[in-house]
Design a protein around this ligand. Structure first.
Ligand code: PLP
Length: 376
């Protein structure tokens, strides 16, 4: 049976063009960009080019970008670099952030900071009014993700950032799931800090970036050499930088066309679901969403059983509900959305990507139909 991968929000493959862009910097052009000789200069040129490519996709100046090791590092850096690990600091986040923000916020709390978690509506969306209320006594940073990794819901970040700027409150957004899938323009968004993850857009695991608005004071997490203008020392991972640059260039070339194609796949998926003998609901159905993600709650079923069934048919998906042994628990995202347990516990996240075809969706529906029939 042909394997079907519908877990692109977990990670993506490295596309051939991206791999070819990074390959020379793993082998013959292995120089350290800090070296003044030919090998170093070749590597430095590649790093500069990659920075321009990433900057081009999100509409910032290349010098406003720092490469990191992953989105988790970028998220942690945004919070810790703003000096929030102290009594009296106030951080405002949403209740549906990735653990890279949630756990870092909990760490800040242990250091004496105050963290306010803003709830979401049934669609999984934060409201500007709730953020304003959370900031009533002042705030040192607002961090609200752009696209939710479980539901694909797109938060109203631009509106919140515009208000935050008027108040003089810096704003970070975790755009790990958004960059490369929908237009992300830091100038239009008006954010001060933005997180990018390489492996969510066909670059390797182990590379990310953080956009830092010019003039914003952000403490480094690491201390050492002067790389990344002294903000993120450590010899640059030139090969992975080249890969992230190429992945961003590729994403920018056909973003609108690829988004339309992804939406079409989503429509075909929903049509297929409608033809199955099962009760289900699409989470965040009314919210603006990524064109590549659908979290579907199957009524009365356990996500673990559906996933095991699909594994038997060589289909990879992931759960919106994490199962721990015999007891199933609902994800913090679905809990914050107040999804009825009979749907929340049977939630599966389907996410697709550039390599996904209409045929893949048709086969997914066939195999899912068999699994649901066996469980129902
Ligand atoms: N933020 C979001 C929204 C994510 O979806 C992820 C990964 O799933 C991360 C952060 C963390 O990414 P990484 O594990 O690559 O650091």
């Amino acid at each position: 049976m042909r394997p079907l991968y519908f877990d692109y929000n977990a990670t993506t493959p490295i596309l051939p063009r991206v791999f070819e862009a990074m390959r020379p910097y793993l082998t013959e052009h292995f120089g350290n960009p800090g070296s003044g000789h030919m090998w170093g200069l070749k590597a430095k040129r590649a790093a500069d080019h990659a920075r321009e490519q990433v900057a081009g996709l999100i509409n910032c100046a290349p010098e406003d970008l720092c490469f990191t090791s992953c989105a988790t590092e970028s998220d942690n850096w945004a919070l810790l670099g703003m000096g929030l690990d102290r009594p009296g600091a106030h951080l405002v986040i949403s209740a549906v952030e990735h653990p890279a923000i949630i756990e870092c916020a909990a760490h800040l709390e242990r250091r004496g900071a105050r963290v306010t978690r803003v709830g979401v509506d049934h669609q999984g969306l934060v409201s500007l009014e709730d953020v304003q209320r959370a900031c009533a006594s002042g705030a040192d940073l607002i961090s609200i993700m752009l696209a939710n990794n479980e539901t694909g819901a797109l938060q109203p970040v631009a509106g919140i950032a515009a208000w935050a700027r008027e108040q003089g409150i810096p704003m970070h957004t975790d755009a790990a799931q958004a960059v490369g899938k929908v237009p992300v323009d830091v100038a239009a968004l008006g954010v001060d800090l933005l997180t990018i993850a390489g492996h969510k857009l066909y670059a390797p695991k182990g590379i990310g970036a953080l956009y830092v608005r010019p003039g914003l004071e952000l403490e480094p997490l690491l201390w050492g050499g002067g790389q990344e203008r002294g903000r993120r020392p450590g010899t640059e991972n030139v090969a992975f930088m080249a890969a992230l640059g190429e992945a961003c260039a590729l994403a920018g070339e056909d973003l609108a066309a690829e988004m339309a194609r992804q939406r079409e796949l989503g429509r075909a998926f929903l049509e297929g679901l409608a033809g199955l003998e099962a009760a289900w609901r699409l989470h965040s159905a009314e919210a603006p969403r990524l064109p590549t993600t659908m979290a579907v709650g199957f009524k009365g079923l356990a996500a673990g059983d559906i996933i095991s069934g699909l594994v038997g048919y060589d289909v990879a998906v992931s759960a919106g509900a994490a199962c721990h042994g015999d007891t199933a628990s609902v994800s913090h995202v679905l809990a914050a959305m107040d999804i009825p347990p009979e749907y929340a516990l049977g939630t599966i996240r389907f996410s697709w990507g550039r390599p996904t075809s209409r045929q893949d969706v048709a086969e997914l529906i066939q195999r899912l139909g068999r699994v649901l029939a066996s469980l129902g």
